[in-house]
Ligand binder design. Sequence first.
Ligand SMILES: O=C(O)CCC(=O)C(=O)O
Ligand SMILES: [Fe+2]
Length: 302
Amino acid sequence: MTATDANDTNAKALQRDLASLGLLAYVEDLDNNGFTVIPPSIANPDGLADRMLSICLDIAEARMGSRPDLARGETGRDSPVGDTLKALLLEDPVFEEALMNPALLAVSTHLCGYDVVLSSLTAFLKGASDVPFSLHTDTRLPSPLPDPPLLCKCIYALTDFNRENGSTAFVPGSHKWTRNPEPHERRVEGNPDAIAVDAPAGSLIIFQGNTWHGAYNRQVAGIRASVHLLMVRSLLRVTEDFMNRIPQEALTRNSARFAILTQQGVVPGYVDKQDEIQKVMRAMSYVDAFEDESGISLPVKR
Ligand SMILES: O=C(O)CCC(=O)C(=O)O
Ligand SMILES: [Fe+2]
């Protein structure tokens, strides 16, 4: 198969997935506005968000010593972000399910290609605060930013997202400007170009790396809960290291794409020729398994 044929086959497979999942309108929205909100009817199979929420509360209790009170609780008022629970993927299989959610994968693939990998999986528990969470892009490069997205962020709303609950703020269409906001453009509160995302619990908010975003301060008691997956093209440095760290049971209970998503198809830096051969062969075994299973050709082979 030539590279052009492979691109064509991959594009057709992706269009089929997007159409069968009812995502074509959301992808159009994403291309126009730089972000989209996929509703629970598509993004929340088998009560995924509620199951994640209850596991996140268990993990918060174990890590922080007390169970967050979503209705009346607080997190540190000096942080606009709240408390974070990092490196969750290997804590419970529910997070594998969050990563393998067909809607999340189809849209991440639309933005970043079939070689996209998980860079980090973090929960945010955010109470009221007055400290501003300024507009920024997640593409950590100086302006001008590259046009094709290098990464995307997928946020599961585990509680309702709206203005008073401290939802994510977006500047619609800002991804087209391919630059970071200047200091005087970073204000969220009172910015006429910014909007508060409205997303009931169980929604999946996805935006691409160049979209200007931040968050509104929570104005009411209680805690906003969310799980954020940073998905990046496989040539980028990742935040969390999954290389050689995924238990065999997790690889076995998921499709071959799970190994690609958890970085096993990437060749890490080598120290000499022998090391290179071993690392390339290991990565290729995962790439081959994925290509055989899916009929998709991975665009990036190293
Ligand atoms: O907490 C939010 O609403 C936005 C957080 C953010 O900037 C991100 O996840 O990239
Ligand atoms: Fe961000």
